[in-house]
Design a protein around this ligand. Structure first.
Ligand SMILES: Cc1ncc(COP(=O)(O)O)c(C=O)c1O
Length: 404
């Protein structure tokens, strides 16, 4: 029992003082919680100026101010770096904060970046709007077309940005080939590994220079987290962390704690997501009302062999699909599924969700730009969860049977 819980008054200070100093002397005793505490504190106290100075100069370990880092971020960073076989990690307020910090750390006015034209719509908007405002030149190239990527390098190219599995159409980046192209041109390669997660793909093991994640997806895994991560060699990570600290992109302590809880089951969940998605993709592919299914583990996927080679443990729970009947059929299907597989413009939760990329993740693109990357008006993105796959098939069958 804690001393403060005693029935007797413990001191003679006024209520105002007691209230203002509540918690300053908390000592939880010998027993330690099995889970790390949530360090929800804006600032850390020090016994002396010398002690504070030693923490400020990194002579002694010690946190000082929330925006500059906190224990929940630190333990998450250590775990994520280990999961990606990388020396270092900086977590961020969101996936977009992480991606922005990498671009800002590695690029300046006059530099050129090449990115896959199939990147997530939020990244596309950053490339189309914000980087040009900073004087950074951007070329969007279909990363499946290796000759086009090779032709896009210029003397001022500093970065090639890819998604290991693209959102939403699940193109598989041939990382060994694309990273070799970057190296041949002395250009760093950054890989957004959100869709694959470190349980299925480790881009640094293929030679990537930096990896980014949205932690709101598979790593958090339960639809409760907002966060991002930059993972790679110390110099790149510290340059990105500097941007995050100065621009205020710190990850919240509770979100970092939730992400850590989520990633404890990441490899197990990814196995379940992958096997469920394959069963569901096969079922949908064979269904007469379905016109198209994009899932890399499906034998019909144009990059199936590459996916099998690069992803021996599966390709996760994401797929894109189109029904015969375009937008109207998609709209009816979403309504018919609701209650079982809800419309939710995110992904990678333990429960299955469906989303409509043309009006959510890829809203920032013109209809022409969407058409170029296969985000049609009838396209749906299904995030297959870890429910029983037979139950999912039953729910999908019932919803499809309601369509004309
Ligand atoms: C592949 C990918 N990268 C990055 C992001 C951005 O992450 P966040 O929403 O955490 O900023 C998303 C979000 O959907 C995504 O799908």
């Amino acid at each position: 029992m804690l001393e403060r819980m005693s029935a007797e008054p413990v001191n003679t200070e006024s209520p105002q003082t007691i209230a203002a100093r509540a918690g300053l002397e908390l000592n939880i005793g010998v027993g330690q919680p099995i889970q790390p505490a949530i360090h929800q504190s804006t600032v850390y106290t020090y016994p002396s100026l010398e002690a504070l100075e030693s923490a400020m100069t990194f002579e002694q370990p010690g946190f000082v101010y929330y925006r500059n880092g906190h224990p929940n971020a630190a333990v998450l960073e250590e775990t994520l770096a280990a999961l990606e076989y990388a020396p270092s990690c900086a977590v961020a307020a969101s996936g977009m904060a992480a991606i922005s910090s990498v671009f800002m750390a590695l690029l300046g006015a006059g530099d050129h970046l090449i990115a896959d034209s199939n990147v997530y719509g939020g990244t596309f908007a950053l490339l189309a709007v914000d980087l040009p405002q900073m004087g950074i030149e951007v070329s969007l190239v279909d990363a499946q077309d290796h000759a086009a990527v090779a032709a896009a390098f210029k003397p001022n190219t500093k970065l090639l940005h890819l998604e290991s599995l693209s959102n939403p159409t699940l193109r598989v980046a041939d990382l060994p080939v694309l990273i070799a192209l970057g190296k041949a041109h002395n250009v760093r390669v950054s890989v957004d590994n959100t869709f694959a997660s470190p349980a299925l793909m480790n881009p640094m093991q293929h030679g990537a220079d930096v990896v980014v994640h949205s932690l709101a997806k598979y790593i958090g895994g339960h639809g409760a987290v907002m966060g991002g991560a930059v993972i790679g060699p110390r110099d790149v990570v510290e340059a990105a962390r500097g941007k995050l600290l100065r621009l205020g992109g710190t990850m919240a302590a509770f979100d970092a704690w939730l992400a850590l809880m989520g990633l404890k089951t990441l490899p197990l969940r990814m196995r379940a997501h992958s096997s469920n998605a394959l069963q569901v993709a096969r079922f949908l592919y064979a269904h007469p009302k379905i016109a198209r299914v994009d899932h890399p583990s499906l034998a019909s996927h144009p990059q199936h062999d590459l996916a099998a080679r690069l992803y021996p443990h599966g390709t996760g729970g994401m797929m894109a699909l189109e029904l015969h009947g375009g937008f109207d059929a998609a709209s009816s299907f979403v309504k018919a599924l609701s209650g079982k597989i809800p419309l939710a413009p995110s992904l990678a939760d333990v429960s299955s969700t469906i989303s409509y990329p043309a009006r959510t993740s890829h809203r920032a693109l013109t209809p022409q730009a969407r058409a170029l990357i296969g985000v049609t008006d009838g396209l749906l993105r299904l995030s297959v969860g870890i429910e029983d796959a037979d139950d999912l098939e039953r729910d999908l069958t019932a919803a499809l049977s309601e369509l004309a």
